[in-house]
Ligand binder design. Sequence first.
Ligand SMILES: [Cu+2]
Length: 132
Amino acid sequence: MMTPPTAATRLRATSVLFTMLVAVLGLVLGCGGGAGSPAGGGGGPTTPSAPDAIVIKNFSFMPSSLTVAPGTKITVINEDQAPHTVTATGKSFDSGNIAGGQRGAVTAPTKPGSYPYICTIHQYMMGTLVVK
Ligand SMILES: [Cu+2]
């Protein structure tokens, strides 16, 4: 005889509810107890003028000429919908494909000089990285 008594079903439902309640309480208490992050934490970056960054927008590199110290890690921010790359014509650095809305990075050469770069997908896009 395996007739499921409704009492057992009700009990199971109750314990599920209870478990959920405990979990929620735990979350609330956990958040309140912890020091927590300052208000506004998790907000998006609102500094478009990061010093060592190349922004790609409307199929062009901004700034068109960027000067950095040797070996600087440069963030590449693609604000277009289309994918782009930052690729030195001499292949000394290459970000690889950066999908629309994504970020990538390149590392500046350690040897001072002027390094022209393009987007390999849209080769009319040109910029210059100056290392000194
Ligand atoms: Cu491109």
